[in-house]
Ligand binder design. Structure first.
Ligand code: 13P
Length: 248
């Protein structure tokens, strides 16, 4: 039985003062919830979040990492550095990284491997743009993104990974995939993994991300292949984030 995972992706938001309040509220509201919880914070706030979350049920995550283990890579952050701050998760291949920072499928696969090599659980983001959806290539795009990682990391690696389906057109736009639209792609992702290993596919947590909020979370999360959420804007408001966690 898959356990639902709700993760906040704070993106490039927060201050020390704002984070103190948000983390305290999330921790206070996390007690007794029947799902896994994580917050993925900006790098400079890892130490702050580590301290605030230590000994609580809320896991810590980061939003990106280098594919390299160490070396002359100015401005980059390695997987082992994230482990140093007790990160459990790291988001890999978010559409903003792919589209704004030129991350290719090959780079995403290398980052996925680097994360796992350090004992982090990658949250691998996949999803189509509006133009791709409208031209009917959603499944082809998602398959290509998945296959690139399977080819490099192997299917067994997905026993230690999370997949997040994030239709690009639903991110930060207020447009949400309908539960049926999302479920169809989630089922496709699971089936694609099952072509390689049915047991791994049945166990992998597949989150939905894209304008998930308290008002639509319960219906999305009740779909058979939707195992949680990767939450952007609503994760910055403790009450909203916790409402989504309760729906899970
Ligand atoms: P929003 O929830 O703000 O649409 O962002 C989703 C997202 O990109 C999470 O990674």
């Amino acid at each position: 039985m898959r356990r639902k995972l709700v993760a906040g992706n704070w993106k490039m938001h927060g201050t020390l003062a704002e984070n103190t309040a948000l983390l305290a509220s999330v921790v206070a509201g996390a007690q007794g919830l029947n799902c896994d919880l994580a917050v993925c914070v900006p790098f400079p706030y890892l130490a702050q979040a580590q301290l605030a979350l230590s000994g609580t049920p809320v896991h810590l995550g980061a939003q990106n990492l280098s594919e390299h283990a160490k070396g002359a890579y100015t401005g980059e952050v390695s997987a082992s550095m994230l482990k140093d701050f007790a990160c459990a998760f790291v988001i890999i291949g978010h559409s903003e990284r792919r589209s704004l920072y030129g991350e290719t499928d090959a780079m995403v696969a290398a980052k996925f491997v680097a994360a796992q090599a350090a004992g982090l659980t990658p949250i691998l983001c996949v999803g189509e743009s509006l133009q791709e959806r409208e031209s009917g290539v959603t499944e082809a795009v998602v398959a290509r993104q998945l296959d690139a990682v399977i080819a490099v990391a192997g299917i067994a690696a997905f026993a230690r990974a999370v997949v997040a389906y994030e239709p690009v057109w639903a991110i930060g736009t207020g447009l949400t995939a309908t539960p049926a639209q999302a479920q169809a792609v989630h089922a496709f992702i699971r089936a694609r993994l099952a072509q390689h290993d049915a047991i791994v596919a049945a166990g992998v947590v597949i989150q939905y991300g894209g304008s998930m909020k308290p008002s639509n979370a319960a219906e999305l999360l009740s779909q058979p292949d939707i195992d949680g959420g990767l939450i952007g804007g609503a994760a910055l408001v403790a009450d909203d984030f916790l409402a989504i966690c309760r729906a899970a």
